[in-house]
Design a protein around this ligand. Structure first.
Ligand code: NAI
Length: 331
């Protein structure tokens, strides 16, 4: 029996979390959920959107899965997601992007992985006002953080029988910060010669990913580029409702979908739960439950291939619950 922390989140979070739980239960994997709440609704009771007991629950169980949490734009509290990543030192954000047969999108045969640095860059939260005139955000890049993320990318490439790591940067303009990231990546590559290595400037990466995404394998990059390019890549294979993610550190791992809380469709039983279900598949592999993970992945693929039960974002009319039930039936 695995004990796992579940943070359902807000917006569509509770709906997709319920669907994910249904599917895992139908697979037969033995999980005891410790459910805790985070987000704006907690502020009144605890004075913070991320109460200490939530962090403690993750530390206790070591593994968590979470739904999206709304972050106020341009004001209000600091993103719960960013705080979690920093507090638990979840330095890797891993986003595999793979085409599913049966999902209509412009491309097929995409199979790439974005490895995004998760703790620094413009997300370090170092910002200040310059009087009434402006504001400044510091882009922090350090050698240790660059080194461990690139090392993770090479280790992932080796463990998953991948052939190439591409470092994405803008070192032609930000010669010191991105220059440090790129030089560190080159040093790590010198110790991992069994995996091919190349690098790409971020704007060229954006264009090439749209023109010829099939040619990319493992891509490693600082935080901001990873945030943007992973959403771009989600769009290549059917949208945000599909793509899973994992935040991984030395001691803890938090699995979550790439999408946000989708306030426009929240509470309507319309959201596509695939991204969170795929995140759960990654989680099961992380805890060694390969058989259950493979079983759920096969059931999900069958539902897509048949194309009869699809949510609205994929051109269907099924509800979140109906889609989850279709997967459970296959299981
Ligand atoms: P979003 O991902 O919530 O929505 C963008 C568009 O994609 C919307 O039209 C939405 O309906 C659609 N969409 C997203 N997920 C879907 C799903 N599973 N099924 C079907 N359609 C889906 O992004 P947005 O609107 O920029 O952000 C909303 C809120 O979510 C913000 O407060 C943002 O800060 C937060 N957010 C939280 C994240 C997290 O907790 N990990 C990640 C990204 C955003």
């Amino acid at each position: 029996m695995h004990k796992i922390t579940l943070i359902p989140g807000d917006g569509i979070g509770p709906e997709v979390s319920n669907a994910m739980k249904m599917v895992l239960e139908a697979s037969g994997v033995e999980i005891e959920w410790e459910e805790v709440q985070a987000g704006e609704a907690q502020i009144e009771k605890y004075g913070t959107p991320l109460p200490d007991h939530v962090i403690e629950a993750i530390k206790r169980n070591k593994i968590a899965i979470k739904g999206p949490i709304t972050t106020p734009v341009g004001k209000g509290f600091k993103s719960v997601n960013v705080t979690l990543r920093q507090n638990l030192d979840l330095y890797v954000n891993l986003r595999p992007v793979k085409s599913f047969k049966g999902i209509e999108s412009r491309y097929s045969d995409i199979d790439l992985v974005i490895v995004r640095e998760n703790t620094e860059d413009l997300y370090a939260g170092i910002e200040h006002k310059i009087g009434n005139y402006g504001a400044e955000s510091i882009k922090l890049i350090t050698k240790p953080a660059s080194q461990r993320i690139v090392e993770f990318a090479f280790k992932y490439a080796k463990n998953n029988k991948r052939s190439t790591v591409t470092a994405v940067h803008k070192a032609n303009i930000m010669k010191l910060s991105d220059g440090l990231f790129l030089n560190t990546a080159r040093e790590v590559a010198e110790h991992n010669t069994e995996i091919n290595f190349n690098d790409l400037i971020v704007d060229a990466a954006a264009m090439n990913l749209v023109i010829n995404p099939q040619k990319y394998d493992v891509m490693v990059m600082p935080n901001l580029y990873g945030d943007i390019l992973s959403d771009l890549c989600a769009g290549l294979v059917g949208g945000l409702g599909i793509i899973p993610g994992a935040n991984i550190g030395k001691d803890y791992a938090v699995f979550e979908a790439v999408h946000g809380s989708a306030p426009d469709i929240a509470g309507q039983n319309k959201a596509n739960p695939t991204a969170l279900i795929q995140s759960a598949i990654m989680m099961l592999r992380h805890i060694g439950e390969y058989e259950h993970a493979d079983k759920i992945e096969a059931a999900l693929s069958k539902v897509f291939l048949e194309g009869k039960v699809l949510t609205g974002d994929l051109g269907g009319s099924a509800t979140t619950t109906e889609f989850a039930e279709a997967i459970c039936k296959k299981l």
